[in-house]
Write a protein that binds this ligand. Structure first.
Ligand code: PAF
Length: 283
């Protein structure tokens, strides 16, 4: 595995591979890698001839008072993990390599509609930051395929819409959430949990499963299910941000005829903001 910090070095390697007719995959990350990220790399390995992974903690997607400066940066450890799963190139740009201008003057990619819901409502500007950095990484690495985890379901939808709207010639592949044995979705932010909070955390996924079962049994009172879930999460020690049952394809409110649904949740537990979701197809 080679590690490069500049766009010029990244382009040099990728253009060499392209000249040889190789198919290139990109896995964008912010580092502090866990099994979910490594799964994306393994899948990328099986779908392409060359795998590029980026590690960049993107200031543009963090709001004021959020955890940009404390976000875990574990490059040596990440690098070891990546070389063990067949990464060809690790791209670790600095902030100035990625952004030549101050944030306020930076050209941004806005994906309207989807970006203002749920995580976007709680974190204004977050999805413009994500879409901008992912679009830049796509332009820099020019991959044939890029892979993202479904844990960030809304992010995946924003990226799919951006690719479609901007006619980017890149296939987007989502991969199922990787979980701990007790159901907690793997996330770099799980490291913020104290031992006591860690023992509460799996209750978020359990609640998603409970709502999914209720829907499968024919309880279609969406508003009541959402409210009950918020109350239950609060009683379990979370500070719920949102809990929403939506159509899987566009996050609109479902009607009785809709079968493919997603239940999305975000809740604070101490310093950590946990997000998770479950997709269901009603019988
Ligand atoms: O999901 C993430 O880790 C980030 O949002 C991403 C896609 C790497 C963009 O910074």
């Amino acid at each position: 595995m080679i590690t490069v910090e500049t766009v010029a070095d990244l382009r040099h390697s990728v253009s060499g591979w392209r000249a040889e007719g190789k198919r290139v995959a990109l896995v964008p990350t912010m580092g502090n890698l866990h099994e979910g990220h490594l799964d994306l790399v393994r899948k990328a390995r099986s779908l392409a001839d060359r795998v590029v992974v980026s590690i960049f903690v993107n200031p543009l997607q963090f709001g004021e008072g959020e955890d940009f400066s404390s976000y875990p940066r574990t490059l040596i450890d990440d690098s070891d993990k990546l070389s063990g799963v067949g990464t060809d190139l690790l791209f670790t740009p600095t902030v100035t390599e990625m952004y030549h201008r101050p944030q306020a003057q930076q050209t941004k990619v806005e994906v309207p509609g989807l970006s203002s819901l749920f995580c976007g409502a709680s974190r204004p500007g977050h999805f413009a930051g994500v879409a901008t950095v992912v679009c830049k990484l796509f332009n820099m690495a020019q991959p044939d395929i890029a892979l993202f985890g479904e844990k960030d379901y809304q992010q995946l939808m924003v990226i799919r819409q951006m690719v479609q709207d901007l006619s980017l010639p890149i296939e987007i592949q989502g991969l199922p959430t990787v979980r701990e044995v007790d159901g907690l979705a793997r996330s770099s932010r799980n490291g913020y949990l104290t031992d006591a909070e860690r023992s509460i955390a799996p209750a978020l996924y359990k609640q998603l499963q409970r709502s999914a079962q209720a829907l499968q049994k024919g309880n279609y009172d969406i508003t009541a299910l959402e409210q009950q879930a918020m109350i239950r999460l609060e009683s379990e020690g979370f500070r719920p941000d949102y809990y929403a049952i939506r159509k899987a394809e566009d996050l609109a409110k479902p009607g009785p005829e809709d079968r493919a649904l997603v239940i999305l949740a975000a809740a604070y537990l101490g310093k950590a903001r946990l997000i998770d979701n479950i997709q269901i197809t009603l019988e």
